[in-house]
Ligand binder design. Structure first.
Ligand SMILES: [Zn+2]
Length: 117
């Protein structure tokens, strides 16, 4: 621990010099940048399997720098998926071309309007 504190002090003093622990400092900066990017795109990473992934990604990308936009994207990424209810249509049966009513299969005339199906 004491050695690392010493090396930090040395690094800080040698920041302007062209030689020395400069490449290591750059590596630390790259690590910091990488971790920052992961933190910034955390909502997108969490939403990668969602149906509205693209919307969350765009909000994250363009509004994430405002802290509010980042939280909006995070909340949307963490919210439960909303399913749009689709009424089940029975596969057997035909729709009337005139009125649109569903008639059971095997029927030749519409039960609602009386036209031929
Ligand atoms: Zn009909």
């Amino acid at each position: 621990m004491e050695q690392s504190a010493d090396s930090k002090r040395i690094k800080r003093s040698e920041r302007r010099s062209s030689s020395g622990p400069r490449s290591r400092e750059r590596g630390e900066n790259m690590t910091f940048l990488f971790l920052s990017a992961i933190m910034y795109f955390l909502p997108t990473i969490l939403a990668r399997h969602k149906a509205d992934f693209m919307a969350i990604f765009l909000v994250n990308l363009f509004l994430g720098w405002t802290v509010i936009g980042w939280f909006v994207a995070l909340i949307r990424a963490c919210s439960t998926q909303r399913y749009i209810p689709v009424s089940m249509v029975p596969s057997a049966g035909r729709f009337c071309s005139q009125c649109g009513a569903l008639s059971p299969s095997g029927v030749h005339f519409c039960g609602t309007c009386g036209r031929a199906v």
